[in-house]
Design a protein around this ligand. Structure first.
Ligand code: NAP
Ligand code: GLV
Length: 336
């Protein structure tokens, strides 16, 4: 059997690259932090059996139309809103993601944002750096307590559940809202299932961990923000477009809510002129939820394993559209 041809859209850890090079002819966009230009991506996909992509690459009808040999797209992320999965399924292209391996690392970062926003850590460091610390004073940089307060998790899946487990150490009341109840999560963590409105109205900390879908786009809009407590903190480690940023700017300026911790943005990357960055009550991060050395390495290896399986006739372990695999098994035949 000829060696499959795969395209990798960024420099990846050696452990993952080694796996691919053993079995495949690999072409690479050899950059550390610059996404592959769209025209080059489309050109490379034209001759590829498989693609290792990041969330910066859009895999849509246009990309698929020019990629007649493509069988497998492996996303190095758990979220896959950058991929038109329905279009891939129609085209007979398998799609896989990297669930699980980044859960605890992303839950840690979510907590880091929550604590930083609650206790004004970034603002406090700036006060020292700018020579504005004059004396210990009664209400100087006073923030919100975390211990014993109420945490609301919108999207209590793998990461949301890991965030809820950490809340036990802070003796918090935990509320959650999904489309479906999770009795096992309730039994394990004591979390209580509530409607979205009740979660927004009752939580001191609202953490967003839903995937970005047509249903969750702007789930947190002006209406939702106005339902939150004026002392509440919003934390988004899911995807930027789940929150209406224009409404959030107003909510933070006008005091509808107290603060926000944001790892993700409606249009990434953002620059220093972004309207949310000028606000003292925002803690801003450049989409680093899963960015520990060990976790990013594991994610790359998992994505490489998914890709290898897909291009060598095995079922990828983290298949998002299993119907394509079923079709292939029933003799639908591979693409190309
Ligand atoms: P997951 O296990 O699939 O959890 C997602 C949860 O969201 C599920 O419990 C799901 O429950 C719920 N949900 C889906 N649609 C919903 C809706 N319309 N309304 C309410 N709840 C809804 O995924 P995960 O592994 O925890 O990851 C979650 C997301 O985090 C990813 O999709 C990704 O976008 C983001 N993420 C970001 C970073 C980062 O670097 N900042 C890192 C990793 C992941 P139901 O199906 O019952 O509704
Ligand atoms: C990162 O944002 C991911 O979805 O893995």
């Amino acid at each position: 059997m000829a060696r499959p041809k795969v395209y990798v859209t960024r420099r990846i850890p050696a452990a993952a690259m080694g796996l691919l090079q053993e079995r495949c002819d690999v072409r690479l966009w050899d950059e550390e932090d610059v996404p592959v230009p769209r025209a080059i991506l489309l050109d490379e996909l034209a001759g590829a059996d498989g693609a290792f992509v990041l969330l910066t690459e859009r895999i849509d009808e246009e990309a698929l139309a020019g990629a007649p040999r493509l069988k497998m797209v492996a996303n190095m992320a758990v979220g896959y809103d950058n991929i038109d999965v329905d279009a891939c399924t129609r085209a007979g292209v398998m799609v896989a993601n990297t669930p699980g391996v980044l859960t605890e690392t992303t839950a840690d970062l979510t907590w880091a944002l929550l604590l930083a926003a609650a206790r004004r850590l970034v603002e406090a460091q700036k006060v020292i750096e700018q020579g504005r610390w004059r004396a210990w004073s009664p209400m100087f940089l006073a923030g919100q307590d975390v211990y014993g307060r109420t945490l609301g998790i919108i999207g209590a899946g793998r990461i949301g559940a890991a965030v809820a487990r950490r809340a036990r150490g802070f003796d918090m009341t935990v509320l959650y809202h999904n489309r479906r109840r999770r009795p096992e999560l309730e039994a394990e963590t004591g979390a209580r299932y509530v409607s979205l409105d009740e979660l927004l109205a009752s939580s001191d900390f609202v953490v967003i961990l839903v995937p970005l879908t047509p249903e969750t786009r702007h789930l947190i809009d002006e209406d939702a923000l106005r339902k939150m407590k004026p002392t509440a903190v919003l934390v988004n480690t899911a995807r930027g477009p789940v929150v209406d940023e224009a409404a959030l700017v107003r909510a933070l300026k006008e005091g509808w809510i107290w603060g926000a911790g944001l790892d993700v943005w409606e249009k990434e990357p953002i620059g220093p002129d972004h309207p949310l960055l000028g606000l003292p009550n925002v803690v801003a991060l450049p989409h680093i939820g899963s960015a520990s050395i060990a976790t990013r390495t594991r994610m790359a290896v998992v994505a490489a394993e998914n890709l290898l399986a897909g291009v060598t006739g095995r079922r990828p372990p983290n298949l998002v559209n299993p119907e394509v695999w079923e079709r292939l098994r029933e003799g639908g035949g591979p693409r190309g």
